[in-house]
Design a binder for this molecule. Sequence first.
Ligand SMILES: [Cu+2]
Length: 240
Amino acid sequence: MSYIILKDRFWYLSTRTTLIGGLTVAVLAVALVISGFGAALAVGGVGSKVVSTTTVTPTTNSTAASPYVVTLVITTNSVFNSTVKDQPAFFVLGPNGLESTAKISLPANRLIKLVIVCYDDGNASLVLPNDNVVSGTTGNSIYVTSNDNVNASQGPSGIVLKGGANLTSVPLSEIAHTFTVPALNLNIPVPLSSTVVAYFKVGQAGSYFWFCETRCGFGPDGTLGAMSSSGWMTGSLVAS
Ligand SMILES: [Cu+2]
């Protein structure tokens, strides 16, 4: 969930609170006229109760001390255009579904819990040789669970549950994509058909480029199409 969405939610909630507050005042005035002060007190009580229900915040982001959770989903069948056809893409999982990763917003100086759900079952080679090594996360490791495509029709190999493991690198033959932010020394190799959990912090507010560092795109070297298009396999990570 991006910060923008959270901000929108707070704006929505504060607007809603204001409206309800206004409504309470209106009801209060009517109650004073019709029923007298005793009834007004009762309405005031109901009003307070209603306002308290507007303090809904995502449980995962309820306090500054808890990690801020960002969930990304990697899909495979988005149509890029009529020539390139299907390409893989990263999405942000928002409150209403999948949203663009052209700009991923999150708070600076706060622990981030990044969850990446990868539905891509294909292996892709790396652009740089060491991009299978995890860096920039807590403990320079990631926690990986398999197999996200357990319900897909993939034959016996597609339904092997491998359980979870802490990894500091991923075998080349099992990498589908990476989530890489060079300026933050952040590199998260994402195994195929898996869910990755990683923790990291952005120490300084700013805008940073993120990339996938596998040749998962279009063209002879796999660096075109999704790989060179914002919101597909690259974009900006904005910490504020
Ligand atoms: Cu990729």
